[in-house]
Design a protein. Structure first.
Lengths: 316, 357
């Protein structure tokens, strides 16, 4: 037990938490944008998976930032495709989302075997690149708190900073710009913005595209920082956990960020625990994030339900 | 304009759409095979004909059809109540584990092994299906997220139980010992996987159809699925119906687990035994429009394609995962209001009256 506490309160554990949270954070923000626009994006999982493969394959031939951009673009493209089928052809968005997930689960293995000439399952024979870490060495020069700040803040992926920046950007967009108001209106009660002349379908389409782009960034972080390379089903349910995080975060960017960090803590625990407690079976440690998600979801839904019942005006 | 829509005409139209979607998807698949394979004709021929090539492969096919029918039914039932509960995979795992425990217990040596195993599996699956239903009815927790999380949990827990408790100790095996012969479904065609499973699946089709269309519960369920608020106004307790729909669907999911482990294909329980088949019921249910009577036909066609893809993956240079493209396209096309170019000509070809969409 002591070892666990020592580990949990160390700076390295904090860095692990941030690293584990980053893909989740991107996906949560993606889920939030489309959810607020009224289209539940169950395809986050598949989008991340396809983006992860895209990032790995592109990074073999191009610099890391091109690979990241390609991953983001692939997510956005999938979002646009979902929008086309959902908005133009009027298919149920959840069914379209699962079509994307199925395409991703099999399609990535197929494409990987094409890209590697027969390998199914891992990209071990591809020399893929990593997203660089941001080393903030100047922090160490600050007296007293400098070394601590350096060990906590330095060494994170560039994308991690982008993820936290995206939380602020989305908050600003949603609550400080007219388009954010449009988006929330479209999700809340589409007839009203439609009557006000707001192009409802176009707003939804963009929400899906942005949602895909964010999930794509999460996939890039996963395959170019958390792990270097692609393995089949490497997202391992993160897209669905992110959906839970959106709900747990009360559909607010800051809440979603906290929820993603919470799930990140448990994922980090499941990373460090096998080293500390070899007697706990691996399966039990692997289910921690899923169990926490279910419990958190139930707890939050229960609280939200009671809040609704008591008719407490919820601050928007 | 048709005054009273004829049920057969509607069914024909739906079937036509599904077949058209499948054809489009197959054409796309052909183009992909053509551009990636060194022997495209051979690969595509395997995909389309290999499942019929021998008794053994036909047995594989029918075995898959039985399982796909069951998972398709489980998904259809919750979809009809308009619940996106996706927990069939988890239910199959806990059901499979329950059936395996029965088969490996002293009961497994008696003639009761098969019925008791199936019953245990259905109870376990029903309990596992009840959980997300209750969480939604009582706490308003999204059934999509909770049922998916429960899938991940069930798979890992059951794998753990198999690895540490059921596998013979010290061997490093990832399967249980074989069940006693009394606990394994008898084969209908000896020497193949053509076993009791398909009979169970067809009976389940009849039962689900009866429940949905010939009982008050089924009517309420469909009303809730159509418009939950209206159903509430009509005095139907929508939440209770919803939970019961998920529970019954869970029982079917559990039954699927029993068919898996007690079927000729396994006759024991192994880790990751479903090979993701349980989840593919979502495709069956979508294409069948959640109609139980359509499920076995869709399963027949899809199971053929699935088997063909597996054989193609083994015998040619095209990996079986290529079939994901077909799966995704079929879902997209069936779920959306697509119209084929040249639809009129097609309609004339099939000799059906053209109807406005």
């Amino acid at each position: 037990m002591m070892e666990l506490l020592v580990t949990v309160f160390s700076a390295t554990f904090f860095v692990t938490v941030i690293r584990a949270s980053t893909p989740l954070l991107f996906a949560t923000m993606g889920g939030l944008v489309s959810d607020l626009g009224g289209a539940l994006n169950v395809a986050l999982e598949g989008m991340m998976l396809i983006a992860a493969l895209t990032a790995v394959v592109v990074s073999v031939y191009a610099p890391w930032y091109v690979a990241v951009l390609a991953a983001i673009a692939s997510g956005a493209l999938l979002g646009a495709m979902m929008g086309f089928f959902h908005l133009r052809l009027r298919a149920d968005v959840i069914l379209v989302g699962f079509a994307v997930n199925i395409l991703a689960a099999g399609g990535t293995v197929f494409l990987l075997s094409l890209a590697t000439g027969g390998d199914k399952g891992t990209s071990i024979n591809l020399v893929s690149k990593a997203v660089p870490a941001a080393h903030l060495d100047f922090l160490a020069a600050i007296p007293v708190i400098g070394p601590t700040m350096h060990s906590v803040l330095s060494g994170h992926s560039v994308l991690t900073w982008a993820a936290f920046l995206s939380v602020f950007a989305i908050w600003y967009f949603l609550y400080r710009t007219p388009w954010g108001l449009w988006l929330r209106g479209v999700g809340e009660y589409p007839a009203a913005p439609a009557a006000a002349g707001i192009p409802v379908d176009r707003v939804r389409l963009w929400s899906l595209i942005v949602s895909g782009a964010l999930a794509g960034a999460g996939g890039a972080q996963l395959a170019m920082f958390n792990y270097i390379g692609f393995t089949r089903d490497m997202t391992a349910g993160r897209g669905f956990i992110a959906l839970g995080a959106v709900l747990l975060g009360a559909r607010h960017p800051v809440g979603g960020m906290l929820a993603a960090l919470l799930f990140g803590v448990f994922e980090a625990l499941s990373i460090v625990m096998p080293g500390l407690f070899s007697w706990i079976p691996g399966e039990m440690i692997q289910i921690i994030p899923f169990v926490v998600t279910v419990l958190a979801l139930i707890l939050f839904s229960y609280r939200a339900q009671r809040a609704r019942m008591m008719k407490v005006p919820v601050r928007e | 304009m048709i005054a009273a829509p004829n049920r057969w005409a509607e069914a024909r139209q739906e079937a036509g759409r599904a077949i058209a979607a499948l054809l489009v998807a197959l054409i796309v698949a052909f183009v992909i095979v053509l551009s990636t394979s060194s022997e495209p004709a051979e690969a595509f021929r395997t995909l389309l004909t290999a499942p019929m090539s021998s008794n053994r492969t036909r047995g594989y096919w029918i075995d898959d059809v039985a399982k796909l029918t069951l998972t398709g039914l489980a998904f259809s039932l919750v979809f009809q109540a308009r619940q996106f509960a996706l927990g069939v995979q988890g239910q199959a795992y806990v059901g499979g584990l329950a059936a395996a425990l029965v088969a490996l217990s002293p009961v497994g040596l008696t003639p009761l092994a098969i019925p008791v195993g199936m019953l245990a599996a259905m109870l376990a699956g029903a309990a596992y299906g009840f959980l997300p239903g209750y969480a939604k009815a009582r706490f308003g927790a999204s059934e999509i997220v909770s049922s998916l999380m429960l899938n991940y949990i069930a798979i890992r827990m059951v794998n753990y139980a198999i690895r540490t408790q059921l596998a013979p100790p010290g061997t490093g095996q990832l399967t249980s010992p074989e069940f006693p012969p009394q606990a394994v479904f008898p084969a209908i065609v000896p020497g193949t996987r053509f076993d009791l499973g398909i009979v169970i699946a067809l009976v389940a089709v009849g039962v689900v159809w009866f429940l949905l269309y010939r009982t008050a519960w089924g009517l309420k369920l469909r009303l809730v699925g159509h418009n939950a608020q209206f159903a509430e106004y009509a005095g139907i307790r929508a939440n209770a119906i919803m939970v019961s729909a998920m529970t019954v669907s869970g029982a079917i999911g559990g039954l699927l687990g029993s068919v898996f482990v007690q079927g000729k294909a396994f006759g024991r329980i192994a880790i990751d035994f479903d090979g993701n088949l349980a989840f593919e019921g979502i495709l069956i249910a979508i294409v069948a429009r959640s109609k139980p009577l359509a499920v076995p036909f869709v399963a027949l066609a899809y199971g053929y394609l699935r088997q063909g893809a597996q054989l193609m993956g083994m015998r040619s240079d095209v990996p079986m995962e290529m079939i994901a493209v077909v799966q995704a396209l079929v879902i997209l096309l069936v779920a959306s209001q697509f119209t084929l170019p040249g639809r009129k000509a097609l309609a004339r070809l099939f000799g059906r009256k053209e109807t406005a969409t």
